[in-house]
Design a protein around this ligand. Structure first.
Ligand SMILES: *[C@@H]1O[C@H](CO)[C@@H](O)[C@H](O)[C@H]1NC(C)=O
Ligand SMILES: *[C@@H]1O[C@H](CO)[C@@H](O)[C@H](O)[C@H]1NC(C)=O
Ligand SMILES: *[C@@H]1O[C@H](CO)[C@@H](O)[C@H](O)[C@H]1NC(C)=O
Length: 183
């Protein structure tokens, strides 16, 4: 069973695709301000981000110490900053990353995002994920895929990767604080 109804997922993808067409010209900057991470020590020995001085690119290190022989799931939420201490959740999704990567030729926007993210790394875009030391070098946001309806402001993206079949054990957990400036 999928964690969210399929119809809803398609709706989300549609909204983002429309936003994609609409957003092409409008975003001028996405800046990474701060990134907080934790990881499951049974499965990883490092998970760290370095933000470049201009705050536009990231280097990421992920050392995996165990072959992950089950599917990995991604839970991600996007929250908008409303006041100094309060973030409002815009949406959350929960997907089987192995399944999505497997459908590599599908046209969904989630797949498009994943492909962008995997362009910068030595981690193969396939399952199972093997033990090893992985890096992302000079990872940039793909500005063209930020929906046009997103307003300038501060946001937080929470994401965790976990293994459902292994008691929902955590592989990685990360909160990214970002600023978006639209033209
Ligand atoms: C990221 O890695 C590249 C290649 O090693 C390096 O040139 C760059 O300075 C690094 N950036 C940061 C923010 O550490
Ligand atoms: C992890 O997988 C690789 C490739 O299949 C294999 O060579 C290696 O022995 C495995 N490691 C362990 C600890 O099982
Ligand atoms: C993930 O990190 C956030 C804060 O960055 C924390 O609130 C949350 O409890 C963590 N989740 C897990 C499963 O460790």
């Amino acid at each position: 069973m999928s964690p969210i109804p399929r119809v809803f997922l398609y709706l989300l993808i549609m909204i983002f695709f429309i936003g994609y067409l609409d957003g092409r010209k409008s975003m001028s900057a996405l800046l990474f301000r701060k990134i907080v991470t934790t990881y499951g020590e049974k499965y990883a020995s490092a998970f760290a981000f370095d933000i470049s001085e201009n705050q536009e690119t990231l280097n990421i290190t992920l050392n995996i110490v165990k072959n992950i022989t089950v599917d990995v799931w991604l839970r991600a939420s996007i929250l908008q900053k409303e006041s100094k201490t309060h973030y409002k959740e815009l949406f959350t999704y929960n997907i089987n990353l192995c399944q999505v990567m497997d459908q590599g030729k599908s046209l969904s926007l989630i797949n498009y995002w994943l492909k962008n993210i995997f362009r910068y790394t030595n981690l193969p875009m396939s399952c199972p994920i093997r033990e090893g030391n992985y890096h992302w070098i000079n990872l940039k946001s793909d500005k063209e895929t930020i929906p046009g309806f997103i307003k300038s402001g501060s946001y937080r993206i929470d994401s965790s990767i976990y293994m459902r079949e292994w008691h929902n054990d955590l592989l990685t957990n990360c909160s990214m604080f970002i600023d978006i400036k639209m033209k």
